[in-house]
Ligand binder design. Structure first.
Ligand SMILES: Cc1cc2nc3c(=O)[nH]c(=O)nc-3n(C[C@H](O)[C@H](O)[C@H](O)COP(=O)(O)O)c2cc1C
Length: 267
């Protein structure tokens, strides 16, 4: 094994036993076995790994960090990914098929991606009715999921046949939109009418396609209840949006108390 002066330093020096314990706790660390022939050694002298590998192995060596490679499993009772990237806004998406059958479903792999034109997107993990509908009509509406409508939003995620209208299932009113043919949820104070810009099937890093589709749409019309405009400024907290946390049931509610302001540094 070669040594390298340029290798980043690891913090510990230690005995053979200490080293073996550390090393054996690191799954997949194979290149250090030769170093164990030394009774005492400096970890800095056994690093001769590609930078990407090195990053992984340094993290894995820490007792304070739970490290995993998603492709090999997270090793936890519940996948933390959603809880880490959270809380997430909810894309409460109304759509309809070519025959006009309505659909309403929540998607928390959702966000805004551009100002001009305004573009939002959500991901269908698996081929779902919303995706099928949107492929047919190239239109959808995003509806704000609010705390007062949380239960109804949840009801609208039921796995039901495409023929079932989730507006009716969740006892919501389908209000005609102004520009697109897909209706919006009348009970919610904010809605975006959208036309599809792209539908992108996702891929792994090795380019193998996976059964997930990112649906992006240009916002062509916006509805805002005037009570949410304070001196013309949209009041996010007054809309009482709910956000998706992790686990099976965690949500967060936006409240005025959680607001803090921070301005960008001046150039
Ligand atoms: C809060 C919440 C967020 C969800 N986010 C997603 C998501 O991002 N992607 C997805 O494919 N399913 C998501 N689901 C599940 C879908 O809503 C569910 O599969 C629904 O039945 C799809 O409806 P559809 O087949 O009528 O389009 C979510 C469910 C809930 C309650």
């Amino acid at each position: 094994m070669r040594t390298s002066d340029t290798a980043p330093s690891l913090v510990c020096m230690g005995s053979l036993t200490e080293a073996r314990t550390s090393i054996e706790s690191v799954q997949g660390l194979v290149s250090v076995s030769n170093a164990l022939q030394y009774e005492r050694f400096d970890f800095r002298q056994i690093i001769d790994l590609a930078p990407a590998d090195l990053t992984i192995r340094k993290s894995a060596m820490s007792d304070d960090i739970h490290f995993y490679e998603p492709a090999k499993g997270h090793g936890l009772p519940h996948d933390p990914f959603n809880a880490i990237v959270g809380p997430r806004p909810i894309g409460w998406i109304s759509s309809q098929d070519a025959k006009g059958t309505l659909n309403l479903s929540p998607y928390s792999f959702f966000n805004a991606f551009n100002y001009t034109p305004p573009i939002i997107g959500f991901c269908s993990v698996g081929r779902k009715d919303s995706l099928n509908n949107i492929e047919q009509t190239r239109e959808f509406v995003w509806n704000l999921a609010t705390r007062p409508l949380a239960e109804q939003m949840n009801m609208s995620c039921a796995s039901v046949p495409a023929s079932v209208n989730e507006f009716e299932l969740a006892n919501l009113t389908a209000e005609p939109s102004r520009i697109v043919s897909v209706p919006r949820v009348k009970e919610t104070p904010v809605a975006f009418e959208c036309r599809v810009t792209q539908i992108i099937q996702l891929q792994r890093a090795d380019r193998e396609v996976v059964p997930s589709w990112l649906i992006l749409g240009e916002v062509v019309a916006v509805h805002i209840a005037k009570r949410l405009l304070k001196d013309g400024i949209y009041d996010t907290a007054a809309g009482e949006p709910i956000l998706r946390g992790g686990g099976q049931a965690d949500y967060f509610q936006v409240s005025p108390e959680s607001l803090f302001k921070m301005y960008r540094p001046k150039a």
